[in-house]
Design a protein around this ligand. Structure first.
Ligand code: ADP
Ligand code: LRH
Length: 489
């Protein structure tokens, strides 16, 4: 019988947290306590849209110090963050340049260039990764062309969680699940693809061999002198979220709902058919098998609207949005115009006006436009996934911060005509904890973890009801969601 104190550090694009999980093997119980939560905001530096990594690191250290002050000695620590972004280091391990965010415009035109030089099908066959304009492949190509002064100093390139591991332990590691998001790993070998690196103009020596989740990178030493192992979990936040999704049947899909909506299925085999390429479905690495999923722009649109209109009471906004008429105005959330517009409110209004739709004027109308449009896009993606697996999906798990939105959960159930199971909210954290518990020998495997999660974290069910609104508006939405302008520039 053992008790464990596990620290999970989960950084999303909108917020980060240091969480303490207490595990009791006797009761097979996991309880979560939020030790520290902080916002994550991009900052403008040297004319780039960047992450404030020093502040994030400081917040992490403050969370760890608080536990130390409380006399809690963690058994291990794990870190997961968003994908695709990296940090460059010189020979002394000092940062080179800024930690430029994937929303920065520096990658404009580079994906088109790659497709032109290498061929879309060829890149997809090598990587199995969807075409997103900000993939690391294109970020590095942009770096090579635009920041040669940064590039000449670089010795190592680390993904964000690998960088934070390095800061805590002094050891370098290249964790596999996050590495797959770069579009630089060869899907057949699981190694960095030398031809793609050559195209991006970066030396292969910047990267070490990718490691499967679960290895101990090194130790973090607390102020009181405890050496705590830092375990490289499934460091891509979405991989951790999927790991903690209590998928119990193979016709269940997941929707990791936060800044992004990541909708997909699990598969032991990658899905790299022409149909998968045409649907721009990705095959990111999971703790087990592949995450066959699609990026949907998600609650980012709402986050930006709320920031611009200084709305802080999200629950009231959702209640007001529920009273709005359904599907009055629709946008395609995956249109590249929404990646990082100067004003999201204006951009949504312009998109509606261009389509001769009623222009949403109030916060509630804007929120309703976002929710209805997301639900219609979810419906489209569920259909694509069902076609790819040649069998319909029968259940949808919604996890992450967005699973607390009852209106969006219901719209999602109605649009997809599937029962929705909402929760857990802190899925990435729980996947992070679970990976550590597996590495420590407390849990057998992913199924064991999911069994524990479903016993410890109640799910809320949303039955599909009124499909007529969405069925009637599907054609209107389909006309908006032409793939040409989707997540591409
Ligand atoms: P990320 O990891 O990308 O930062 P999260 O999983 O933390 O994202 O989810 C953030 C989103 O969760 C917010 O954009 C917001 O829409 C939604 N959210 C957070 N709290 C609530 C709440 N109380 N009710 C409804 N939605 C919420
Ligand atoms: C979600 C996420 C997603 C990536 C995006 C950059 O946080 O990791 O899986 O595609 O951020």
């Amino acid at each position: 019988m053992s008790m464990r104190n596990i620290v999970a550090i989960d950084l999303g694009a909108s917020s980060g947290r240091v969480m303490l999980a207490q595990w009791s093997s006797a009761n097979q119980q996991i309880s979560l306590r939020e030790v520290r939560r902080f916002t994550n905001q991009r900052v403008r530096r040297a004319d780039y849209d960047c992450w404030d990594l020093d502040r994030l690191e400081q917040e992490i250290r403050l969370g760890l110090a608080q536990l130390d002050d409380e006399g809690i000695v963690p058994d291990s620590i794990g870190i997961d963050t968003w994908g695709v972004d990296l940090v460059l280091l010189d020979a002394n391990g000092k940062r080179v340049g800024e930690a430029v965010s994937y929303r920065d415009k520096r990658t404009e035109g580079h994906m088109a260039q790659a497709i032109n030089d290498l061929g879309k099908g060829a890149i997809y066959q090598r990587t199995g990764i969807q075409f997103l304009p900000f993939n690391t492949l294109y970020q590095l190509h942009a770096l090579h062309q635009q920041q040669p002064d940064w590039q000449e100093k670089v010795q190592y390139a680390l993904m964000i969680p690998d960088y934070l591991h390095y800061r805590l332990t002094g050891q370098m590691n290249w964790e596999y699940t996050n590495a797959t998001t770069t579009q630089l790993l060869n899907i057949h070998s699981g190694e960095w693809d030398s031809d793609l690196l050559a195209w991006a103009g970066v030396p292969a020596k910047w990267f070490g061999k990718p490691t499967s989740p679960g290895n101990t990178v090194g130790n973090w030493t607390s102020a009181s002198g405890n050496h705590v192992p830092v375990i490289a979990v499934a460091t891509h936040d979405t991989a951790s979220a999927v790991l903690a999704t209590p998928l119990m049947q193979d016709d269940a899909a997941y929707l990791s709902s936060g800044t992004w909506s990541l909708m997909g299925i699990e598969s032991l085999q990658p899905c790299v058919s022409t149909a998968a390429l045409n649907a721009n479905v990705t095959n990111e690495g999971g703790a087990e098998g592949y995450r066959v999923l699609k990026n949907i722009m998600g609650l980012w649109l709402l986050q930006r609207v709320c920031t611009e209109l200084q709305i802080t009471d999200l629950c009231s906004l959702i209640k007001e949005a529920a009273k709005e008429p359904a599907c009055r105005a629709l946008v395609n959330p995956n249109h590249s115009r929404f990646i990082n517009p100067d004003s999201m409110v204006q951009e949504i209004q312009n998109a509606c006006a261009e389509q001769n739709m009623p222009v949403p004027q109030t916060p509630a109308a804007l929120a309703r436009t976002i929710f209805d449009s997301l639900a219609l896009l979810y419906r489209q993606v569920i259909g694509e996934l069902g076609t790819l697996r040649a069998a319909p999906l029968r259940q949808l798990h919604v996890v992450g911060g967005g699973s607390q939105n009852p209106l969006l959960n219901q719209l999602c159930a109605d649009a997809c005509q599937l029962p929705v199971l909402a929760g857990p909210i802190e899925a990435s954290t729980l996947g992070n904890v679970g990976c550590q518990l597996i590495a420590l020998g407390e849990l057998r495997d992913v199924s064991d973890l999911r069994r524990c999660i479903s016993q410890n974290f109640p799910l809320e069910k949303f039955e599909p009801l009124n499909n007529s609104a969405f069925a009637a508006h599907q054609a209107r939405f389909a006309a908006l969601s032409q793939p040409a302008k989707e997540l591409a520039y």
